[in-house]
Design a protein around this ligand. Structure first.
Ligand SMILES: CC(C)(COP(=O)(O)OP(=O)(O)OC[C@H]1O[C@@H](n2cnc3c(N)ncnc32)[C@H](O)[C@@H]1OP(=O)(O)O)[C@@H](O)C(=O)NCCC(=O)NCCS
Length: 174
């Protein structure tokens, strides 16, 4: 059965295999670069960042969970505890990704549904989720999870600079 777990060394092998798949599409976890040989340090960093320590400038605390099936890493989700101006504009509370070999099996919709439960536990009442306008899969995932479209905005920084972002709110008490 698939479930969300806190990052844990026991998934190292499968997690690193998934990183190879992400590398092909240039989506490798930046935080992991240089920490590949020190996986416990990577796990510790994620734990610290959840508590608001060791955060890059401008970052807010975030809880990271991995979607796993048995020992297999399937995807990951990051839940930012609050919004900065930039996150409110187009970053959103929740970011997720499914490893390429496990896509189009419903895991994207599942990871967001499970992340919404975690958001509720974190006390977030209204969740902002965004996606690129051309990301059909993500748009469907957000709408399936009750996303109510608010607006479109052009990203003006980061790797998606110039791209149109769709902003949706999900009221988790509905
Ligand atoms: C977007 C992403 C999370 C989708 O994950 P997934 O596990 O394939 O999603 P699901 O299987 O739950 O698919 C949800 C719906 O989107 C559709 N879909 C998924 N990928 C699609 C694609 N590339 N093109 C068109 N439709 C797509 C599915 O067919 C499904 O449609 P249905 O409900 O009508 O059957 C995954 O492609 C990914 O990790 N991409 C890179 C990171 C990313 O874009 N994250 C989202 C940031 S906002």
């Amino acid at each position: 059965m698939v479930r969300l777990v806190k990052p844990n060394i026991k998934y190292k092998k499968s997690f690193l295999e998934a990183q190879e798949e992400f590398k092909i599409e240039d989506r490798q976890d930046d935080t992991l670069k240089g920490l590949r040989d020190n996986f416990p340090a990577y796990i510790k960093l994620l734990k610290n960042q959840e508590k608001g320590r060791d955060l890059p400038n401008g970052y807010v605390p975030a809880s990271v969970y991995w979607l796993v099936d048995g020992d297999k890493f399937i995807g990951k989700v990051s839940i930012r505890h609050k919004l900065t101006e930039l996150l409110r504009k187009y970053g959103g509370h929740i970011g997720y990704e499914i490893r390429p070999s496990e896509r189009k099996k419903g895991y994207g919709a599942k990871i967001l549904a499970l992340a919404l439960k975690k958001s509720e536990q974190l006390g977030i009442k209204k969740v902002l989720v965004t996606c690129n306008e051309d990301n059909i899969g993500s748009k469907k995932i957000i709408e399936k999870n009750g996303g109510i479209f608010e607006s479109k905005v052009k990203a003006d920084s980061g790797k998606d600079s110039g791209k149109i972002k769709l902003r949706y709110w999900i009221n988790i008490y509905d």
